[in-house]
Design a protein around this ligand. Structure first.
Ligand code: FES
Length: 163
């Protein structure tokens, strides 16, 4: 997980990175993400991890019956979400930074308040999440299938982002 000092470097490195379908395929392959239904149609509350496995202001990537889920500890609670940024599919396990309950994707600085899921600043898409609860030290999520985002296939927005 990047820290706040990596923001400028991330922006410089990723500014020229390819976009659109190739971008999505690259990152999905990198993090092993494939759209799937839960294996065996097994739905309901699923164990993600123990609370102690996700430190304050960190994230952990877990696999739940074939669905990749990112668990975020924002200090006063946990969120579970798809492992990619809703903007350009950046893997949030690598580019996500949490501070003051705000999750920021360091690629283009979209950000969300993890307490109420409001969008911060220039962010244009909501962060989708799975419902989460804790039973003792166990963090659980209600997973009835994989949450996905719709992305612009032509990537025009991606290329123009900094222009
Ligand atoms: S890919 Fe996350 S803010 Fe652009």
């Amino acid at each position: 997980m990047a820290d706040l000092t990596d923001v400028v470097r991330f922006r410089a490195v990723n500014r020229s990175f390819c976009s659109g379908i190739a971008h999505r395929l690259f990152w999905n392959a990198k993090i092993g993400l494939t759209p799937v239904a839960l294996r065996g149609g097994n739905m309901g509350w699923k164990y993600l991890c123990d609370a102690s496995e996700v430190g304050t202001n960190t994230v952990k990537l877990v696999d739940v019956d074939g669905v990749s889920v990112l668990v975020a500890n924002y200090g006063t609670g946990f969120r579970a979400m798809p492992p990619i940024c809703p903007h350009m599919e950046e893997p949030l396990a690598e580019s996500g930074v949490i501070a003051n309950c705000i999750l920021t994707c360091t690629k283009h600085l979209w950000a969300w308040d993890l307490q109420n899921l409001s969008m911060i600043g220039e962010t244009e898409k909501e962060l989708k999440t799975y419902e989460v609860k804790q039973e003792g030290s166990r963090v659980l999520a209600l997973i009835d299938g994989e949450i996905t985002y719709d992305f612009d296939e032509d990537g025009e927005d991606d290329d123009d982002f900094f222009n």
